[in-house]
Design a protein around this ligand. Structure first.
Ligand code: HEC
Length: 113
């Protein structure tokens, strides 16, 4: 009897672990990241994307885990250069449309560890 219960518990825990793993892996790279040339200055190690610029001055931080500290509203304001960090606006002016901005910031905000 006890062994049956133990077996059942093991199965349930196994299934939970597998589904948690699947949902963590489910985030795929947004095509907007390269379409809007964010990869010129930002790497995304989690998706094996390297920044293409060779200029140290242009290089921004790796954005693999940007969602752990930023939410969609903050990201929207920052990319539109309405919000500043330490008194400076984002290096790159926003070149996409509003729909792309909403999609991109929603996706970025999901990137956590
Ligand atoms: C010309 C280079 C360049 C391009 C292109 C660029 N960025 Fe940046 N980005 C930077 C730099 C440099 C920083 C660091 C802050 C600063 O100096 O402006 C930064 C900071 C950021 C931050 C803030 C990170 C944080 O939490 O403090 C986010 C988010 C971001 N960029 C997203 C993007 C996205 C999304 C795109 C594409 C639409 C993009 N960037 C395109 C250079 C760039």
């Amino acid at each position: 009897m006890n062994r049956v219960v133990l077996l059942m518990v093991t199965c349930v825990l196994g299934a939970v672990a597998v589904s948690a793993q699947e949902s963590a892996d489910a985030i795929t790279v947004s095509p907007l990241f390269e379409e809007l040339k964010c990869n010129r200055c930002h790497a995304m190690e989690r998706f094996e994307i390297e920044a293409t610029t060779s200029s140290e001055k242009m290089l921004g931080p790796d954005l693999s885990d940007v969602g752990t500290k930023r939410d969609p509203e903050w990201l929207t304001g920052y990319l539109k250069r309405e919000v500043e960090v330490d008194g400076s606006k984002h290096k790159s002016p926003w070149k996409g449309d509003d729909k792309q901005l909403a999609d991109l910031t929603e996706w970025l905000a999901k990137l956590g560890d």
